[in-house]
Unconditional design. Structure first.
Length: 69
């Protein structure tokens, strides 16, 4: 029951705060959404080391998850 009231309170609080604060500038919200140019710059920053490292980390997480299942 407490969690439900906390959720309602937080929703109301967020609405009240957003009504009393000014809207953010265009510069502040520029990188919130992923435009095609932003996605391309992220993709261009990857190299083989990043991809292999990510696969190793995901593999280790899966191995630990399977081991302790």
């Amino acid at each position: 029951v407490f969690e439900c009231w906390l959720l309602v309170f937080l929703i109301i609080f967020m609405i009240v705060v957003s009504c009393f604060t000014p809207a953010p500038s265009k510069e502040q919200v520029e990188a919130i959404t992923f435009t095609k140019d932003f996605k391309k710059s992220i993709r261009d920053s990857w190299d083989w080391f990043d991809i292999v490292g990510t696969l190793i980390v995901v593999g280790l997480c899966a191995a630990f998850y399977a081991y302790f299942w």
